[in-house]
Design a protein. Structure first.
Length: 500
């Protein structure tokens, strides 16, 4: 995992000891404004001649001016400074300055919130994945080793600065862990190996693990996981991770889809659609990352993670279209499409999570192609109970993870009526509202509250099929490949519950 040494300093920017000092700009054309502290008037005069732009992700490196640092660089903010733009610009600068040992950021930080965002963005920007580079690994530029965030005196106390650094490091470590897991090819990342990776990542943290293998899953009635995983020679697993700090009064359960590779099963995907299916365990990885970060930060909230792990393969033992399986708790499902497998393993996880009667349950999954059609590559869809959805959306805005609340029209539930079972997992003749219909399926496996059986435990579903993988150009602190979508949002939600 690539996390830099982080510092926050009130040293004047023109005295900063760094290999590269980064300033900020916004605007375009003849209206570019350099946002820099005192002492950089000479640089401001070079904005036009050197083609400096304030566009997002635009980094221009300049020669040293008056002996300040070895090199200056200017990063575009993409508009007037905001918390999200500052976080993104910091990460973008650090990402693009790979190969530099020490970078100092002199961005226009107005308060502690912006200071935290810049520090976090910088930490996230150092990530790289070179484990499988082989002969070309040595050609890759090394990540920035040290980042110093410069701020005005009075922008937070020393104690606040230490807390900001600790949180940024914990977030970056968790995000790097998730990216590493999701980027790892499926020949090395399968249910059993992911359990091993999870336990290794949690070494030294106050987390407890419970694992169900094939036999235990069958014995305990986890028909979704057993059914999806039965076609693979590498059997399914259910991994429960418990974080139970003393004195916690709230309990949040997180359920993650962990399909380590998805061929579609006997409802086989086209060849092109199979590319990238190693990313189908991004939800489970995000749950793991959230718990490791929460434990690292000693959050006073009880968290339980349920990682629903299986490999969806076609074989003589694979589940068939038309088969009926029994989910944990007894509800039966007619499997009309073996490529709608994520909801089957999540159903088991949702029921198991509900058995512990937590205060809320959130599931996260790369669930539907319909989410991509509706929301594109960067927004996650959020569905479920209104109050919890509202809380999820609020936290997404706090951390800068784009999310959009989607409806669950009641009339769509009828699409999943089955003639032979309690429900079918998909209606292959009706593709309309696929993300919404999938959420209706999951809602069937939510649990009544013990103290109010007429209502269910608050539940929200995060469909991260779009933002979990960046197949395009790098932007902000996000490079190509896995993005660890949802980790920062879920950690923020856990922090909210810790304050209740």
């Amino acid at each position: 995992m690539t996390v830099p040494v982080l510092n926050i300093s009130t040293t004047p920017a023109d005295s900063a000891a760094a290999t590269v000092l980064v300033l900020a700009a916004h605007g375009t054309g003849d209206n570019v404004t350099l946002v820099a502290p005192a002492g950089f008037e000479a640089v401001a005069k070079l904005v036009g001649p050197l083609g400096i732009s304030g566009a997002a992700d635009r980094l221009v490196r300049l020669p040293a001016v008056a002996g300040i640092a070895d090199t200056l660089a200017v990063i575009g903010l993409g508009g007037e400074p905001t918390t999200d733009r500052l976080r993104s610009a910091a990460g973008s600068a650090i990402r693009q300055l790979a190969g530099v040992e020490h970078v100092a950021l002199a961005l226009p930080i107005a308060d502690v919130t912006e200071l935290s965002a810049v520090t976090e963005g910088a930490a996230l920007g150092t990530y790289s994945f070179v484990d499988y580079r082989g002969a070309t690994q040595a050609e890759q530029k090394s990540a920035v080793e040290t980042v110093t965030v410069l701020t005005e005196a009075g922008t937070g106390t020393e104690e606040e600065h230490l807390a900001i650094i600790a949180r940024a490091a914990a977030v970056a470590e968790a995000v790097s862990l998730v990216k590493d897991l999701v980027n790892t090819p499926a020949n090395d990342m399968y249910p059993a190996s992911m359990v091993t990776a999870a336990t290794q990542a949690a070494e030294g943290l106050p987390l407890e693990f419970t694992v169900w293998d094939e036999e235990a899953l069958a014995t305990d009635g986890f028909g979704g996981l057993s059914g999806v995983g039965q076609g693979s020679t590498r059997g399914p697993r259910l991994l429960k991770i418990s974080y139970s700090p003393e004195g916690a009064t709230q309990h949040l359960a997180l359920v993650g889809k962990g399909i380590t590779f998805d061929t579609g099963g006997l409802s086989l995907k086209p060849a092109n659609s199979m590319l990238g299916m190693k990313f189908d365990m991004a939800g489970a990885a995000a749950v793991l990352g959230t718990l490791t970060a929460a434990a690292e930060l000693n959050l006073p909230v009880r968290l339980t993670g349920w990682l629903c792990l299986a490999e969806n393969m076609p074989s003589g033992s694979a589940i068939r279209p038309g088969d009926v399986i029994t989910i944990r708790g007894g509800r039966t499902v007619e499997v009309t499409n073996t490529d709608a497998e994520g909801r089957l393993v999540l159903a088991d996880g949702l029921v198991a999570a509900g058995e512990e009667q937590p205060d809320a349950i959130v599931d996260i999954a790369t669930l539907t192609g319909a989410a991509l059609v509706a929301l594109g590559d960067r927004y996650m869809g959020v569905l479920g109970d209104d109050a919890l959805v509202e809380s999820v959306i609020a936290n997404s805005k706090l951390v800068g993870e784009p999310a959009w609340a989607m409806p669950m029209p009641a009339e769509l539930r009828g699409i999943l009526n089955s003639n032979v079972a309690d429900i079918m997992n998909a209606n292959v003749g009706n593709r309309n509202g696929g993300m919404l219909v999938a959420a209706h399926f999951l809602k069937e496996f939510t649990t009544p509250r013990a103290d109010a059986p007429e209502t269910t435990i608050p539940w929200a579903h995060l469909d991260i099929a779009g933002p979990a993988d960046n197949g395009g150009s790098a932007y902000g602190f996000t490079g190509n490949g896995a993005t660890a979508s949802g980790v920062r949002l879920l950690l923020s939600l856990a922090e909210e519950y810790s304050r209740r």
